[in-house]
Design a protein around this ligand. Structure first.
Ligand SMILES: NC(=O)c1ccc[n+]([C@@H]2O[C@H](COP(=O)([O-])OP(=O)(O)OC[C@H]3O[C@@H](n4cnc5c(N)ncnc54)[C@H](O)[C@@H]3O)[C@@H](O)[C@H]2O)c1
Length: 250
């Protein structure tokens, strides 16, 4: 599988290139066709490109770990070349999210704020917990490294979205900062930023006299890279549509 990595010079892009090499060692035929990043020089001999449009060679899929502002160029490029795309980047605005959803009517798009199987399972468990405990007070804590740009994390929003699916009258409150009691239907989201923390998500459900905590901790970034490769493999040959981790694990 020939892969274009968008955001190739970032933490995840570099990790993904490593994962591709490891996958080859395991006998799979993964190959990086192009490393695209606005911080790289276009040098076809080195396989690096400053922009997607500069790469016209063969590719089977694009995996994007860049920045939400890349959404327009990314979707235009993939639509023009009929390429499936894994959007692992987080923090998209509503307009950018609309571009991704619209593209998925014409090409296969895998969109997930978290490529970990454990987080996919956590999201499912959280939804199940809320359907059993509909009156629980819910607080979500997300911990990440001090270089993370988007707040709250895409994963915290993904978890909150699953809760809203099970309890539609919930109200998401990001970074509570005013005096006063919380309302029973609030889903509080709190963002911690420090050091090299890869990503921890905790969902606290309080029923007053008992508390349930569901927690996922990512120990290193390679799990997201492996998940993105699994998503890319899944997309090959699929019909146009919007896919996510539930299509792989559920
Ligand atoms: N889905 C997941 O499982 C998962 C896991 C980790 C990180 N992420 C997300 O992936 C994204 C990247 O994370 P990171 O830690 O590697 O960030 P990073 O800042 O280390 O790297 C981002 C890279 O993207 C490049 N870039 C910015 N705009 C670009 C554009 N328009 N076109 C091409 N390249 C561009 C930057 O130059 C940089 O090299 C973030 O949105 C992050 O939240 C998702």
């Amino acid at each position: 599988m020939d892969i274009i990595i968008s955001g190739a010079n970032g933490r995840m892009g570099r990790m993904l290139a490593e994962a591709v090499k490891a996958a080859q060692v395991n006998g799979n035929s993964y190959h990086v066709a192009a490393r695209v990043d606005i911080s790289l020089e276009t040098d076809p001999a080195a396989g690096t490109y400053a922009a997607l449009e500069s790469f016209t060679g063969h590719a089977d899929v694009v995996i994007d770990f860049s920045h939400h502002t890349a959404a327009k160029g990314l979707t235009e490029y993939c639509l023009a070349r009929s390429l499936p795309v894994v959007v692992a980047t987080t923090g998209q605005t509503e307009d950018e999210m609309n571009l991704i959803h619209t593209a998925s009517t014409k090409i296969p798009v895998f969109l997930s704020a978290n490529m970990s199987l454990g987080v996919a399972l956590l999201a499912d468990l959280v939804k199940k917990a809320i359907s059993v405990l509909p009156d629980a007070e819910v607080e979500i804590l997300e911990h990440h490294h001090d270089q993370k740009l988007d707040v709250p994390s895409g994963t915290a929003l993904l978890l909150a979205k699953r809760i809203v699916e099970a309890r539609p009258d919930s109200q998401i409150v990001v970074g509570r900062h005013q005096n006063g009691k919380r309302s029973p239907r609030e889903i509080g989201i709190h963002s911690l930023r420090y050091g090299n923390e890869v990503g921890t998500h905790e969902v606290i459900l309080s029923m007053g006299n008992e508390t349930l905590t569901l927690k996922h901790k990512a120990e290193d970034r390679s799990l997201f890279a492996r998940g993105a490769l699994a998503a890319a493999s899944f997309l090959i040959g699929k019909m146009p549509g919007l896919y996510d981790m539930r299509d792989i694990v559920m």
